[in-house]
Write a protein that binds this ligand. Structure first.
Ligand SMILES: N[C@@H](CCC(=O)N[C@@H](CS)C(=O)NCC(=O)O)C(=O)O
Length: 216
């Protein structure tokens, strides 16, 4: 039985799981939850995931949430090798640092911009919140110095998590190619990955959502 993924297409963490599953060749059954309509707040969903977030994975009764935890689980359980999350302690530590950066810094900074827009409390990206994103781009630019990918010479989970967030952030706080050439080059390289297409549809929906919420 294919693992079930509770998902919402525009969500960057959901798209990182789509990328990981496709990279691994794992087929998922998709169960769409419209978080804009509060469908993640039903008693049944809360019983499964009290944090009421997508993505949430149900693999034959094993419930996992948080995209980073799901991605590590998918590689560990279904990966033919460890290339997306190598066992080497140093390499894995670098990947973990990038995953925690995505989870603890980048995504929360994005949500602090997106939620007031979705709640229609504002129709702009406030300069102080944009500055936090620019600072995060500076970190990413440094991560890529001397590296082909986010955590070294090969594509890893660090890339598959961060690309979904960064391509979404670019729609809120455009990435200046002159200041951040490494980040732009990494995005272009990621776009040529054979499984990148699964980031595209949700990203377009996110673009439409954001364009409808920002003052034109
Ligand atoms: N760190 C989590 C973040 C998940 C998250 O906050 N997802 C958002 C959508 S992008 C969500 O489900 N929001 C609905 C809610 O919090 O009720 C992950 O990586 O999965």
């Amino acid at each position: 039985m294919a693992p079930k993924l509770y998902m919402f297409d525009t969500s960057p963490p959901v798209r990182s799981v789509l990328l990981t599953a496709k990279a691994l060749g794992v087929t998922l059954e998709f169960i769409k939850i419209n978080i804009l309509k509060g469908e993640q707040l039903t008693p049944d969903f809360l019983k499964m995931n009290p944090q009421h977030t997508v993505p949430t994975l149900d693999d034959d009764g094993v419930i996992i949430w948080d995209s980073h935890a799901i991605n590590v689980y998918l590689v560990t359980k279904y990966g033919k090798d460890d290339s997306l999350y190598p066992y080497d302690p140093y390499n894995r530590a670098v990947i973990n640092q990038r995953l925690h950066f995505d989870s603890g810094i980048l995504f929360p900074r994005m949500i602090r911009i997106v939620m007031p827009l979705v709640r229609k409390e504002t129709n702009v990206v406030p300069p102080e919140k944009a500055a936090e994103i620019i600072e995060a781009y500076e970190f990413l630019e440094k991560f890529l110095e001397g590296n082909k990918w986010m955590a070294g010479d090969d594509v890893t989970l660090a890339d598959l998590s961060l690309i979904a967030t960064v391509t979404s952030l670019d729609l809120l706080v455009p990435i200046d190619g002159k200041k951040f050439p490494n980040v732009i080059a990494w995005i272009r390289k990621s776009e040529s990955l054979p499984y990148y297409d699964v980031n595209k549809d949700g990203l377009e929906l996110f673009r439409n959502l954001i364009q409808g919420l920002l003052k034109s």
